[in-house]
Structures are given as C-alpha cells and as structure tokens.
Design a protein around this ligand. Sequence first.
Ligand SMILES: [Zn+2]
Length: 209
Amino acid sequence: MSLSADILRLVLGMIVGMVLPRLPLLFFTRFLNMERELPPHPDPVPISVPLVQRLLLMRRVHLMCWVTALFPIALGLWILQNSPEPFALGMVAGVSWFAITRVVPEDIEQGLGILPLSMIKSVNNLREPETDCCEKPELYWEVRAIRCKNCRHVAMDLPRPDLGRMRSDGRLRGSLRILLTDGRSVFPTAGTSIISKGTELFSQVAEEE
Ligand SMILES: [Zn+2]
C-alpha cells in the first residue's frame, strides 16, 4: 500500500480517536432537551440550584467520556496486536491525546479535571454569600466571571465552562468549538496569562485616574 494512503488512514484514525471519547460531551445534555431550567446560551446563568445541579451533571458527563474512550483504545490495541494497521495506530494515539489533555491539569491549584469539585463547591457557596456586594445582590455567571447584575461586582473571577446548553452558534460550529476547547472556556483563568495580567493592570490604572 502506498505511503499517502497509510498517512491518510493514520490521520483518520487519530480524528476518530479524538472525537469518539468526547461524544457524551457533544450530545448528552444537548439532545435530551434539558434546557428548561437554564437560560438559553449564551445568556448569563443565575447562581442557583439548577446551575449547581447542571455543573454536577456536566462533571459526570466528563467522567463518562473516559468510558467511551475505552472502546476505541481497546479496539485499536486489539487490531495492533494482529496487524500493523495505521488506522488503529492513529486511533490509539488520538485516545492517548485525549487522556493526556485530561490528566495534565492546566492549573494545579484549581484541581484536576475540567470541572473540579472544589470549583463547583465555591460556586455553590456563592448562592448564600457571607457578605453582600450591594443592597440587591443578583449573581450571574457571565462568560468571563461571576458578577452581580446590579453593582457589577466580580464575585468570582472564573470564565464560564460549557454547561451543555444548546449553543447559539449552531450545532455544527458549536460542536466543533466544544471539541477544540473540551468544554473549557476559551478565556484564560485570571492570573494565568499575560493578557489577563495586562488588563488587570490597565483597569487599576484606569481606576486611579
Ligand atoms: Zn451587587
């Protein structure tokens, strides 16, 4: 067989290996009509019991991805034992890449996984904050942080992860985005990037003036 056909099969296998484990993330909540309790994407989500329940559900969906990852890796390894098939090799490489992106934490302080329990707990604590930011505090999880709707106080500087809502950018583009980001926010967590440090500095200067 020609080299180009082998490479094509390898790449195809890699794509299958990367997409298959993430299928629950793409379809689980989105096709089960679980939209009633949360506002539509991309609207801010109120800090409430339905949100915390959804975060816990999404955490389970992320764990489910590990189960769906078992199928392509087992199949790939089984084929490789019998014949050096480029498609199977690609599939094993794709699933391995999935595993690496999950196991290596982006920020060690935030805990492991895309939705660590510690993060869900701190969001849950915000349902009854110790101190109120203003007279009528209404906390919402916006794209970049949890803020009060009335006084714009930032209660938690954490970009909003994917909550499994039907996406406003369409099924195809939305799915592609989730595959690329793995359900994380596209925005970096505060303090992890030069850009966020820059904007922080800029806002400090603006406030002083
Ligand atoms: Zn407020």
